[in-house]
Design a protein around this ligand. Structure first.
Ligand code: ADP
Ligand code: NA
Length: 330
């Protein structure tokens, strides 16, 4: 029997992966490569729905790909491809545009948030139809399940509505996907602001650890992490969010349980905990950072990887699109 499909998209960005992404997403995806047919897409068509610098976009796409590979997305097991290399995304989006109601598209709450940030020039029509492009991304690969965060739930609902509508109007064509929340993994919080999750959108990056940070920078960020005046090394997120966050990171990266860390550090100070944690984090990130830098220094190798992935993605996507075109009367 064919393996279930996992399809996930990510935005190319200059900073790319932080340890929150690594713990919250990459570790699960890495594991799912063995049980699922996995497609990971660098969403560059989505990236241009807000103004972009062409040179930066090209570079960010490559940096992001390199980091995903370095973090364990294996091009031999996963199709890690760039969206613009697969023309069917834009083509299916057009067809889906024609079966989406204007009012239906207008109800997407994310557009309201994002367009408000576009200032006096206003938002593009591309930003408005972004969820329709996203629906096509999912439907092209026959994904039965789509891993989503709460903010993406409405877009998966739209995808389901469009797939169902198309199927009933033109005949069974699309798999209607279900949204599912990825298995609960440790949530990592900002080291400077442990009540907020670590995020690339944080106002300051002083509490965000990037995969490409130099070891000395990682160490400094951990040594400066916010803790509390109480002094005890115990896991209690409600009253000790800073220390609890350090323990979570320690536990995920070392494989040691939180209770065993608590007893190991009983009677010791925050400085000791931070120093030991910095070592573990640097040790985990160093090989990934090295691999990412190696890939970035070898553009021909990266191009070979992306071109093989595009071939595979095109094969699946073109088959879906051919059925769609036939069904609509082309
Ligand atoms: P960011 O908030 O930095 O923009 P994304 O929203 O792009 O991150 O998240 C990409 C993936 O990484 C999602 O699956 C999300 O659940 C996971 N993730 C992001 N930040 C964290 C975090 N701080 N802790 C755990 N998982 C996270
Ligand atoms: Na985000």
């Amino acid at each position: 029997t064919p393996r279930p499909v996992l399809m996930s998209g990510m935005q190319p960005s200059a900073e790319s992966l932080h340890i929150g992404n690594y713990v919250g997403a990459l570790l699960s995806w890495k594991a799912m490569q063995a049980t699922h047919e996995t497609f990971f897409m660098l969403a560059d068509l989505h990236a241009i729905t807000v103004p972009q610098d062409p040179r930066e976009l090209r570079e960010n796409t490559r940096r992001t790909v390199a980091q995903y590979i370095a973090a364990g997305i294996d091009p031999a097991q996963s199709t890690l491809f760039v969206q613009s290399h697969v023309a069917a995304h834009a083509e299916l989006a057009w067809v889906l545009n024609t079966i989406t109601g204007f009012g239906e598209a207008s109800r997407m709450t994310q557009f309201k948030d994002k367009s408000a940030k576009q200032g006096s020039d206003g938002a593009s029509v591309g930003l408005f139809t972004y969820p329709i492009l996203q629906a096509g991304d999912i439907l092209l690969y026959n994904a039965a399940e789509v891993p989503v965060g709460e903010d993406q739930r409405q877009h998966v609902e739209l995808t389901r509505d469009l797939a169902t509508r198309f199927n009933s109007r033109f005949g069974d064509t699309f798999v209607v996907p279900e949204a599912y929340i990825l298995k609960e993994t440790a949530k990592i919080y900002d080291l400077q602001n442990p009540s907020s999750k670590m995020s690339k959108s944080a106002e300051s990056h002083a509490g965000v650890i990037w995969m490409l940070d130099e070891p000395a920078v990682t160490q400094k960020k951990i040594m400066r992490a916010v803790t509390d005046a109480d002094g005890g090394i115990v896991f209690d997120p409600a009253t000790k969010p800073g220390v609890s966050n350090l323990l979570s990171i320690f536990s995920v990266m070392s494989g040691q349980s939180i209770p065993s860390l608590e007893s190991e550090f009983t009677g010791r100070g925050y400085g000791d905990l931070k120093k030991a944690l910095a070592e573990v984090v640097v040790e985990t990130l160093a090989p990934m950072r090295e691999r990412a830098l190696e890939l970035l220094a070898d553009p021909a190798e990266l191009d070979r990887i992306l071109s093989a992935a595009a071939d595979r993605a095109n094969e699946v996507a073109d088959a879906t699109l051919a059925t769609v075109y036939e069904r609509v009367g082309f």
